[in-house]
Design a protein around this ligand. Structure first.
Ligand SMILES: Cc1cc2nc3c(=O)[nH]c(=O)nc-3n(C[C@H](O)[C@H](O)[C@H](O)COP(=O)(O)OP(=O)(O)OC[C@H]3O[C@@H](n4cnc5c(N)ncnc54)[C@H](O)[C@@H]3O)c2cc1C
Length: 389
């Protein structure tokens, strides 16, 4: 049985590696996939890097050239995700535009809206996604931000919350209720809202880490041209499923690579602290290593299912396991450091400080994109076939 990559995949990898070695900015290498930005906004180097990836067909390799890709196969897209992940290299520090909005515009938008996709991918337009509300998170279909038709425009009133990058975004891909009388999944639509419209107020929210990367967004009588409706009226639920196209099958690689980096750091730290020959420390680290290796194998298995069927139940498990394991590894790091492990130095992220800061940051991944409890529900119902009640 041949388990290696074929010559076409290896040629793809060589070209990519040469590009990354030559072009990746020093600020990006090792940056990892936290969407970390500071309060001054998206750094200039990150915007230039995203544009360079797009211009060279390396932003979303599975897309055609005019969308920042090169028609890569699913296997090549997986190699791409692995190479970036092994360097801790982000494509962008504002994911909603390229990862969520552009695929949705391409799948559901009209001609004018599809034409907005290249700028979203290249990072020329910064987008935010307005889904969650104070009373609608896991149960997104309960959203109540109201859009009422008034001639050639909609008038929007309501509130979004946890809206990543809203303070810097030029546009919002916003889920609104357009028919309050229909069953809740059937009265939702999507509007493109210019963030400089009258009546929008953005209030940054600070994470437990001390950074403010998301915000509350308030809409008061905000006028939106009727032509900014994406897809059909009251058909927004279909769009919530989005379309990550070629991307979805490779996303797990980032999480697994992040865990592998963390274990390597833990091993290095145990050596520095002179405790690497302690049997209990070795056993602890070996167990973590075995666990992440099994996640990688499961990822490959899921990828092969995904490449054939465009769906893979393994992804819910990988999301759950990798986000929870990040939390756990941070706790292991704090334990290795003893008393100093609880101190935080977020300025230099040196030791001590790194693991306590990682622990605080790690909670976000267990909530965003579907909480761990929701993943467990999905696994129970759709994979194990357990009854809903
Ligand atoms: C870093 C970060 C960035 C985000 N960015 C965005 C963004 O850009 N745009 C956006 O719209 N949203 C964003 N979110 C919001 C995110 O999608 C929601 O936080 C998430 O969907 C959970 O919703 P909630 O916070 O309202 O919690 P709730 O849904 O109120 O859940 C509260 C608790 O109850 C549990 N729970 C809820 N329902 C069930 C159930 N059926 N069974 C078992 N347990 C349940 C949950 O697991 C959770 O522990 C972001 C969140 C984070 C952390």
């Amino acid at each position: 049985m041949e388990l290696g990559w074929g010559p076409e995949e290896e040629a793809f990898r060589s070209e990519l590696v040469a590009f990354l070695d030559r072009e990746a900015p020093s600020e990006a290498v090792g940056r990892d996939f936290s969407a970390a930005t500071d309060e001054e906004g998206i750094p200039e180097w990150a915007r230039l890097w995203q544009a360079k990836l797009f211009d060279n067909g390396w932003l979303v390799p599975g897309y055609p050239a005019h969308l920042g890709g090169r028609n890569a196969t699913p296997a090549q897209s997986l190699i791409y995700a692995e190479e970036l992940a092994s360097r801790g290299l982000p494509r962008s520090l504002h994911f909603p535009g390229y990862a969520i909005v552009a695929p949705s515009l391409l799948e559901f938008g009209n001609k004018r809206q599809k034409e907005m996709a290249p700028a979203a991918l290249r990072g020329d337009t910064i987008w935010c996604v307005g889904m969650s509300e104070p009373d609608a998170g896991s149960d997104l279909a309960s959203l109540s931000t109201r859009a009422e038709r008034d001639g050639d425009r909609f008038v929007v009133n309501g509130q979004k919350v946890w809206t990543s990058y809203a303070m810097w975004a030029e546009k919002c891909f916003c889920y609104v209720r357009t028919n309050p009388d229909a069953p809740k999944h059937k009265g939702i639509s999507v509007l493109i809202i210019d963030m400089d419209s009258n009546g929008i107020e953005v209030r940054p929210l600070r994470h437990i880490t001390g950074k403010a990367e998301f915000a509350e967004v308030f809409f008061t009588d905000v006028e939106v041209p009727a032509g900014n409706l994406v897809g059909d009226l009251n058909d927004g639920w279909r769009i919530t499923m989005g379309s990550l196209a070629h991307e979805r099958g490779g996303l797990w690689v980032q999480s697994v690579a992040g865990l592998e980096h963390a274990i390597e750091s833990l091993i290095a730290e145990a050596r520095d602290l002179g405790i690497s020959s302690d049997t209990s420390v070795r056993r602890l680290l070996a167990r973590e290593y075995a666990e992440v290796s099994s996640l990688r194998s499961l990822g490959y298995k899921g990828f092969s299912t995904f490449a054939r069927t465009s769906a893979s139940p393994e992804h819910s498990f990988l999301k759950l396991a990798s986000s929870e394991m990040t939390k756990h590894l941070a706790e292991v790091g704090m334990r290795l450091e003893g008393g100093l492990g609880t101190t935080i130095d977020t300025t230099h992220l040196g030791r001590p400080g790194r693991w306590a800061a990682t622990l605080l940051a790690s909670f976000a991944a267990t909530i965003a994109g579907g909480t761990s409890e929701i993943q467990r529900n999905i696994i129970a119902e759709r994979i194990l076939g357990l009854p809903r009640e």
